[in-house]
Design a protein. Structure first.
Length: 325
C-alpha cells in the first residue's frame, strides 16, 4: 500500500487568519475562483500559502490515501510553476506560453490542475498580455494562483480578473544572524553624530560608517546563502539553471528590502526619542535629511543599484547632513 501523503498545512503564521478561513470555506463550498491573486510582504509566506492551497485543490479530503500525490519537488503532475528566470528575473513570453499549454491539457492524476505564478509582477509586457487572454478564457478545472508582493505592478486588467487575498504577517523578524547587533551599532552611530562627532571626531565617525557598510555586505551574503541552501532542497528537480538563478537573486533582494525597512524603522524610532528633548531643534533638520536620503537609497535599490553602494551613499549623505547642522 502507498503511504498516505499528509495535507500541506497552512504555516503557523497563516493558520487561523481571515484569509485562510475564507479560502477554506470557499473550498468546502466548491466556490473558489479560478484565478486568485495572493499578496503580502513576504514571498516565502506567499509560496507556503500557494502550496497549501494547491494541495487542498489537488488532494481534497475525500481522496483515498493511496491516490494522494505530494507537491514537494514537483512530484504532482497537475501542479505547474512559472517563475522568473535569469539575473534580470523576468517572466518571458515563451515561458508563459509553455505554462498555458500545460494547463490546457486534461489533468493526469485527477480532475483538477493548479498553476502557481511566482512573483507574477515580473512578467514582461508580452507575457502579461499573453496571460491576460488566459484569464479572460480560463481553462476548465484549473486554478491559477498568482503570487506577488507588488500587486500594483500588474496590469489593472489582470488584477480585476482575480480574487484578491492578502496575507499579513506582522512582527516577523528579519532572518539574518547578527542583524539586531548591526542595528544597535547603527543607532550608536546616529547618537555619535547627534552628539557632534561629525565635527569634533570626523575620523571616528567615518571609520564606524565603513564598518557598518562592510558588515552589511557580509550579513546579507551569509543570510542569502543560508536561505538559498535551505530552499534548494524543496525545489523541483526539473528547475532550469536560469530559474534557480532568479530564485537566488530574489532571496537576496527580498532580504535586502527587509533590511532597509528595518533600517528605516530604527531611524524613525531613534529620531522620535531624540526630537522630544529640549535640545531637539538642533538635530531636527539633520534627521529630516537622513530620512530623505534613506528614501533615495531605497529608490536606487528598486532600479538594481548595488546594495552596499546604496547603503554607503545613504550613510555618507547622513554624515554630511550632521556636519552642516
Amino acid at each position: 500500500m502507498v503511504a498516505s501523503v499528509p495535507v500541506f498545512p497552512w504555516t503557523d503564521a497563516l493558520a487561523g487568519t481571515p484569509a485562510t478561513a475564507v479560502l477554506d470555506q470557499a473550498l468546502a463550498r466548491g466556490r473558489l475562483s479560478h484565478s486568485l491573486l495572493l499578496t503580502g510582504d513576504d514571498l516565502d509566506v506567499l509560496r507556503g500559502a500557494g502550496l497549501a492551497l494547491a494541495d487542498r485543490l489537488l488532494n481534497p479530503p475525500d481522496t483515498a490515501p493511496e491516490r494522494r500525490r505530494s507537491l514537494v519537488s514537483g512530484a504532482h503532475p497537475d501542479c505547474f510553476h512559472l517563475r522568473p528566470a535569469g539575473k534580470s528575473r523576468q517572466i518571458g513570453a515563451d515561458a508563459t506560453r509553455e505554462l498555458i499549454g500545460k494547463v490546457q491539457v486534461s489533468a493526469s492524476a485527477g480532475g483538477h490542475k493548479v498553476a502557481l505564478l511566482h512573483e507574477c509582477d515580473r512578467m514582461n509586457t508580452a507575457a502579461a498580455n499573453i496571460f491576460l487572454k488566459t484569464l479572460e478564457e480560463p481553462p476548465a478545472h484549473t486554478t491559477l494562483l498568482m503570487l506577488t508582493t507588488r500587486p500594483h505592478s500588474l496590469l489593472p486588467t489582470i488584477r480585476s480578473r482575480c480574487q484578491l487575498f492578502r496575507f499579513v504577517t506582522p512582527g516577523a523578524a528579519t532572518p539574518v544572524d547578527g542583524w539586531p547587533a548591526w542595528l544597535e551599532d547603527y543607532r550608536a552611530w546616529l547618537a555619535l553624530l547627534h552628539g557632534g562627532a561629525a565635527k569634533t571626531a570626523p575620523a571616528d565617525a567615518m571609520f564606524r560608517l565603513y564598518g557598518l557598510v562592510a558588515r552589511f555586505g557580509v550579513l546579507l551574503e551569509s543570510a542569502t546563502d543560508g536561505l538559498w541552501a535551505a530552499q534548494k532542497k524543496t525545489l523541483p528537480a526539473e528547475l532550469t539553471e536560469e530559474e534557480a538563478e532568479a530564485i537566488e537573486t530574489g532571496i537576496s533582494k527580498g532580504l535586502r528590502d527587509r533590511l532597509f525597512a528595518d533600517l528605516e524603522r530604527a531611524t524613525g524610532e531613534y529620531a522620535r526619542e531624540i526630537l522630544v528633548t529640549p535640545a531637539a531643534a538642533s538635530g531636527a533638520r539633520a534627521f529630516v535629511e537622513t530620512v530623505r536620503h534613506l528614501e533615495h537609497a531605497a529608490g536606487l535599490l528598486r532600479v538594481n543599484f548595488n546594495d552596499t553602494a546604496a547603503l554607503e551613499l545613504f550613510l555618507l549623505h547622513t554624515l554630511r547632513a550632521w556636519t552642516r547642522r
